[in-house]
Design a protein around this ligand. Sequence first.
Ligand code: ATP
Ligand code: MG
Length: 420
Amino acid sequence: MAEIIRSPRGTQDIMPDASYRWQYVEGVMRSVVERFGYSEIRVPTFEHTELFDRGVGDTTDIVGKEMYTMNDRAGRSITLRPEGTASVVRSFIQNGVLSGALPAKAYYILPCFRYEKPQAGRLREFHQLGIEMFGAYSPDADAEVIKTASTILNSFGLKNIKLEINSIGCPTCRKHYHEVLKEYFRAHYDDLCDTCKDRLERNPLRILDCKSPVCAEIAADAPSVLEYLCDDCSAHFNELKNLLDEAGIEYTVNPKIVRGLDYYSRTVFEFVHKGAGAQGTVCGGGRYDGLVEYLGGSACAGIGFGLGIERLLSVIDSEGIEIPKPHGPDVFFCYIGDEGKRKARSLTFELQKAGYYALYDLNARSLKAQFKYSDKLDSRYTVTIGDGEIESGSAALRNMSNRQEQSVELTAEAIINMIK
Ligand code: ATP
Ligand code: MG
């Protein structure tokens, strides 16, 4: 197939007959996060490259090798959003939101762009629901954010999702842990993948997150971050666990979770689909208390998560959960002849005006073809209008689910009375 009629690698169309799945999932997500106090924010699709360099971190895979970066016509470097947090922080600083009432909350449902190797569950353009909360340092905020994600996943009735939590400490306790980790990995230097060799001095924590099997095997025996937490970080983590217990949210502590982004502190968490392998993380998030200040605002706590919508949809499918299909037209008008067409058209418009989903055939084809089309659209009722019907002022109203016909007067009012 010619290149021009093929979408770029790692992108996909959400087709008209499948978009209801997205609308349904997005509707559920919106209604849950709004109940937790989040309002929608819409940020630009591209930002100054420096925002992501700083806000995501230049030791991350995202900044190192996954960004869609280009110069605009004025020679300014811009980048397509690889994730949402940096943009929301930028916007909240720029618009003075953080000097207002706190905590301040926002959510978004947006496409993100990463130059990754396309495979199942890994696209170059994918979609995220994200929530961000600013100005709350207490573990209650961590617990509430985790509860928000878990409420979303539960509202679809998902069974095979497990929550894993960890704490990666604050910059103070992490400094010590970094040294311990470096020492451990230096002893395995030759076996590490090239990327991890590079990570070793710059950000050894990231090696724990490497997807290469050899590095994962080495990382399995690495010292646990939890043993190096300072008293404050430790108390924060213990309180979070208490709060999750109190809320009846099951979790396991996994000291290998570090998250792909540089700006996290203390709590990190993932919701993982059991048995889905490397692309099993449906939702990942954590606390990023240093980010606002790092990007030029006043010190302000931050916490949030990103939830991959493509991955959520595939988990919903894999668990056999049905997403309700929207219904077809309430009435489809078939006709023969010019008079029939005129009547079909005017009744269609009247029904639409009254709030019903009505269509008439635009192609004046054979009755058989019109019926077939009506069936394909999954219409509830079909009305057929020919010269005889115009003359008598009534027509057959066919119920498409049981194929039974009733006579109906050819007025919008009479039709509406019979279908409602
Ligand atoms: P992974 O470890 O799978 O690469 P990540 O740590 O890079 O994920 P985040 O940056 O935390 O992911 O993004 C949040 C969520 O967005 C992920 O948990 C996942 O559901 C989804 N996601 C991330 N990258 C992709 C991608 N390339 N294609 C589809 N979904 C993605
Ligand atoms: Mg990734």
